[in-house]
Design a protein around this ligand. Sequence first.
Ligand code: URA
Length: 235
Amino acid sequence: MALDPQRQTAYLEAMGIQPWLARDANPEAGVALPPVQPGLPGADAEAIAALDWQALQAAVANCTRCELHRSRTQTVFGVGDPQARWLVIGEAPGAEEDRQGEPFVGRAGQLLDAMLKAVGLARGQVYITNILKCRPPNNRDPHADEVACCTAYLQRQIELIDPALILAVGRIAAQCLLYSDQPIGKLRGQVHRYGEAGIPLVATYHPAYLLRSPAEKRKAWQDLQLAQRTAQGRG
Ligand code: URA
């Protein structure tokens, strides 16, 4: 859905950036990278890969695979339209998300909503989830074993949603999904391919980072426009 220019300008201003004109598509678009490595032992990963949406939600809600289940208030499975064309993947629930059971509900979530609105998407029109379904204590970075334990859940979510586009927000999400140790500044600005299905994936800065570094919002806007073109088949 394209927004009329006046409304788009309003949303860009809500994101705190001056509206500007898009450049041509990034010449590096179409880079193919390896899929996420399955993190769970075969039997578990296979069982999770066969679950339907409801069973998957129940499996996540009852998960005790890693230590994070001890400190969580609740799991945070995801929110939005399970048949959405856009799948937004962040890092992990924070304190507010852990309390409410919904991803991106704090200040970073408000900015994410504004970013999505800037490309004509309401929160309910996309699906939003995280690499981790449980909050790491004190909002520390996820540990590798925690990511490994959660990977099969996310892979099954991706399979069931079958999105036209994955938007990876932040370094952790981008690195995990692309199986890369490159910095986010290198991973953003191009179209990657996720998994065997080759789902187009665009990485961008995390809204929490953008709140601290508003000068980077212009690049995030470029990424969103690239994502929009890609989801529309014009990447
Ligand atoms: N940051 C994330 O990456 N995910 C959330 O759900 C909230 C903040």
